[in-house]
Design a protein around this ligand. Sequence first.
Ligand SMILES: CC(C)(COP(=O)(O)OP(=O)(O)OC[C@H]1O[C@@H](n2cnc3c(N)ncnc32)[C@H](O)[C@@H]1OP(=O)(O)O)[C@@H](O)C(=O)NCCC(=O)NCCS
Length: 236
Amino acid sequence: MIYIHIPISWDNPEMDRLDLFCSTLKTLQIKNKKVFIHCAKNYRVSIFMYHYKKNILKDKSAKLILPKGFKPNKTWRKIIHQDIYKKTNKLNLEWVYNSDDINWNELSNLYKIAPLGDKKPNDLNTVFTNSIFKCFVYLDEVLIGVGRALADGFDCSYICDVAIHPDYQSKGIGKAIVNELIKLSQGHNKIILYSNPGKEQFYSKLGFDTMNTAMAIFKNKEQALEYKLTRKVQYK
Ligand SMILES: CC(C)(COP(=O)(O)OP(=O)(O)OC[C@H]1O[C@@H](n2cnc3c(N)ncnc32)[C@H](O)[C@@H]1OP(=O)(O)O)[C@@H](O)C(=O)NCCC(=O)NCCS
C-alpha cells in the first residue's frame, strides 16, 4: 500500500489541492487500485469527494452530506458550487424591473444572508414600492441579486440596497445591477450613494467619485457611528 499525503487548509482550501486530489484519485482509479481516504476533519473529504463524483465522474446521484453544525465558508461554498461558478458567464439570469410579484420574505432573507442587515418584509415593500427604479435578479426562480434607486426624475438619483446572494458574489452580478441602475438613472444631474465601509472600491470601479461634503441624519446616530457610516466632526 502506498500513502499519498495531500495537505489541505481547513478554512482556506486552494483550488490546486482540489485538482491534485481529483487527478490522484482518477489515476488510481484507472489503475484499478483500492483507495482509502483519511481526513482529520470529515467535511474536507465529504466536499472533495462530492466534487469528484459530481464534476469529474459526472455522477448525477452524487450527494453532499456534511457533518452536523458545519457551515461552509465562502471558499468551501465555491468548491461545493464549482459547477455553477465555472458557468458564470452562462448563468441564465432573469431580470425583473417591477416589484409587483416580489416575495418580500425572500428579499428580506437575501439581505440577511448577503449580508446587508435585518430588513423587515413590510418595510421592504414600502421602500421598493416608493423607489422609481429597481432590479431583481433571479436564477432558476431564486432571487440572487437586488438593487434600487430613489430618483426625482431630473436632478438626483440615489442608489441603495444593492446585495447579492453569497453563493453568487464576485461573478459580476453586483456590477451588472449597479450599471443597470446607472442606465435607468440616465438624464439625472447626479447619481449618488453611500457605500458600506470596505465596499468603496466596488463603486469606484463603476465610476463613482468620492464626495467631499456628503452628510446625513441617521435615525440611529449611534449605530451609524458604530458602523463607521458617519464620523464626528466639530465645525467652528
Ligand atoms: C458588494 C456586492 C454588492 C458586490 O457584488 P458582486 O457581484 O460580489 O461584485 P462583482 O463581481 O460585480 O464585482 C465587480 C467588481 O468590483 C470588485 N469588487 C467587488 N466587491 C469588492 C469589494 N468589497 N472591494 C473591492 N472591490 C470589490 C470586483 O473585484 C470586480 O472587479 P473587476 O470588475 O475589476 O473584476 C456584493 O459583494 C454584496 O452583496 N455584498 C454584501 C452586501 C453589501 O455590502 N452590499 C453593498 C452595500 S454598499
